[in-house]
Design a protein around this ligand. Sequence first.
Ligand SMILES: Nc1nc2c(ncn2[C@@H]2O[C@H](COP(=O)(O)OP(=O)(O)OP(=O)(O)O)[C@@H](O)[C@H]2O)c(=O)[nH]1
Ligand SMILES: [Mg+2]
Length: 216
Amino acid sequence: MYSLFVGLWKYLFSKNEYFILILGLDNSGKTTLLEQIKTKYTKIPGLPPHKIVPTVGLNIARTQFQDIKLIYWDLGGQTQLRTIWNKFFSDVHAIIYVVDSSDKERFNESKDELEIVINDSKLKDVPLLLFFNKQDLPDSETIEYLSSVFKSVIQSCQLSNSTDQLSSLSSSSPITTRNVQLQPLIACKGEGLEQGINWLSDCLRKNARTIEKSDF
Ligand SMILES: Nc1nc2c(ncn2[C@@H]2O[C@H](COP(=O)(O)OP(=O)(O)OP(=O)(O)O)[C@@H](O)[C@H]2O)c(=O)[nH]1
Ligand SMILES: [Mg+2]
């Protein structure tokens, strides 16, 4: 009974548990990525790509990664479903944003949606892992090109870093930052996944924000 209680206590209040929201336009490969995460970091393999259908609700993966627990929430990216994204913002420690590197006609739409996300005050300081997916497709754009498309987003993260650092000098509050990483990905094969998750885990270990448990 005692060990059950201790286990429950640890489960509810463990400090090394982080919530990660996976966002991006529909068809960008979010659920494919989530299923690869399950395959790579859990004992139960994820669904193969041909069994994955467009997401309407919420898909979840719980993983143990070295010393930390990472819980991923994958939401639907269709236009009408994007309106619920911000309901999760108060409860997450990091954002993964997935871009279809071959969907040239929707690069700007994807960038505009990401700008809305990172400009939300509830996500201040939350690290952003930007996965440029589908790098296996012959018509996918390079990371260099995509970096220029998403330049305004990257710059606004850097700008918020320097603004915060300046204000912190005068107010002597802690320096706050939004870490950003651009990572090529082939979600259906899991290529690039490990590099991205390693980076994100390091960020969370070093400087994750505190979320009040009462928010859950
Ligand atoms: N070639 C290729 N196709 C991919 C890759 N990742 C995902 N796909 C394909 O892209 C399509 C959409 O994948 P999903 O994972 O369902 O996309 P999603 O972002 O979850 O879409 P919504 O749930 O509608 O928001 C599927 O046909 C996948 O097989 C990849 O790395 N390479
Ligand atoms: Mg999906």
